[in-house]
Design a protein around this ligand. Structure first.
Ligand code: NAI
Length: 330
């Protein structure tokens, strides 16, 4: 029997936590043969909700679940964790300045970075979900120098899946035969969902869809604005699709991407495709042996190049704001 892996979920008492914990418990993240111990962290005021979640997980009688531990102390929560899903953070509320929100997240991610560095497994794999996801991941990387850079990622798989879903619906095909879309850049409305290298049943997406006006226009804005559309429809932001995307992200990272296909992940840039080194930027990646690699050498046309720059510029601005907040704290 395999040794249990410890999965930390921060912000576990929230919406995504409620959808994610059971998906991890049934094996969607690490496989149907992998025992799990869940570490659930939230803040003190959410203590009762967290205990309620723990009770429900016990009541699920999940065969793979060897333990459910709840925490309000971040250092204790990080002890020996193999996978850390960072869902907790400070969301922007109506009327708040970007800078104030950034300052709060800088504080949270600085503290959580130190806790992970000091307590997590040496090979911990981190995925940041909380917004601004790319920049929170960058702050985490800056403040946890002993965690290898490639172990710190952010979630853009939900955007990737949304793009697959749109192409599937438009072409009347099953989503399983749509492959190799790309999300470039920031998990925000400046992201670039790129179909130029993708296929539907082996046929280029552009010819399968046969409507460039839609692909260059409404398709892109629909994917970019999907989060807002879900909030409008549900009155709450995406949770089950976000939780599903987290499981997809970690599963592909740990167990590998299927042959002939790639996925999208926010990773620390090594300068690929002319993006500034050190930014956490979403790229097409393949994974094998627990490591991701940016897909190299894709031809990027003029309009796409411009879109890659726009989302990069937003990330530079976010990073500068974050670094300014860090400097002001010192
Ligand atoms: P939520 O508000 O329901 O839950 C967030 C939880 O985090 C709350 O229980 C809160 O108490 C907790 N929390 C706040 N500060 C914390 C801290 N310092 N330590 C531990 N826990 C803390 O929010 P929801 O819907 O679960 O979303 C969580 C985050 O994920 C948001 O920032 C949201 O914008 C982001 N998101 C990102 C997506 C992506 O694709 N990257 C998709 C959907 C949401």
């Amino acid at each position: 029997k395999k040794k249990a892996l410890r999965v930390l979920i921060t912000g576990a008492a929230g919406q995504i936590g409620y959808a994610l914990a059971p998906q991890v418990a049934v094996g969607s993240m690490l496989g149907a043969d992998q025992p799990i111990i869940l570490h659930l962290l939230d803040v003190e005021p959410a203590k009762n909700a967290l205990e309620g979640l723990r009770m429900e997980l016990v009541d699920g009688a999940y065969p793979l679940l060897e333990g459910v531990l709840t925490f309000t102390d971040v250092a204790a929560a990080c002890k020996d964790v193999d996978v850390a899903v960072m869902v907790g953070g400070y969301p922007r509320k109506a009327g708040e300045e970007r800078k104030d929100v950034m300052a709060k997240n800088v504080s949270i991610y600085q503290q959580q970075a130190s806790a992970l560095e000091a307590n997590a497994s040496k090979d911990v794999k981190v995925v940041v979900v909380a917004n601004p996801a790319n920049t929170n991941a960058l702050i985490l990387a800056e403040n946890a120098p002993s965690i290898p850079r490639e172990n710190i990622t952010c979630l853009t798989r939900l955007d990737h899946n949304r793009a697959l879903g749109q192409v599937a619906e438009r072409t009347g095909s099953h989503v399983g035969i749509v492959k190799n879309v790309i999300i470039w850049g920031n998990h925000s409305s400046t992201q670039y969902p790129d179909v130029n290298h993708g296929t539907v049943g082996g046929k280029p997406i552009r010819s399968a869809v046969n409507d460039d006006t839609w692909l260059n226009g409404d398709f892109i804005t629909t994917v970019q604005q999907r989060g807002a559309a879900i909030i409008k429809a549900r009155g709450l932001s995406s949770a089950l699709s976000a939780a599903n995307a987290v499981c997809n992200h970690v599963r592909d990272w740990v167990r590998g991407t299927p042959g002939g296909s790639w996925t999208s992940m926010g990773v620390v840039s090594d300068g690929s495709y002319g993006v500034q080194r050190g930014l956490v930027y979403s790229y097409p990646v393949t994974c094998a042996g627990g490591k991701w690699k940016v897909v190299q050498g894709l031809p990027i046309d003029g309009p796409s190049r411009e879109r890659l720059r726009v989302t990069e510029a937003e990330l530079v601005e976010e990073r500068d704001l974050a670094l300014q907040c860090l400097a002001e704290k010192k």
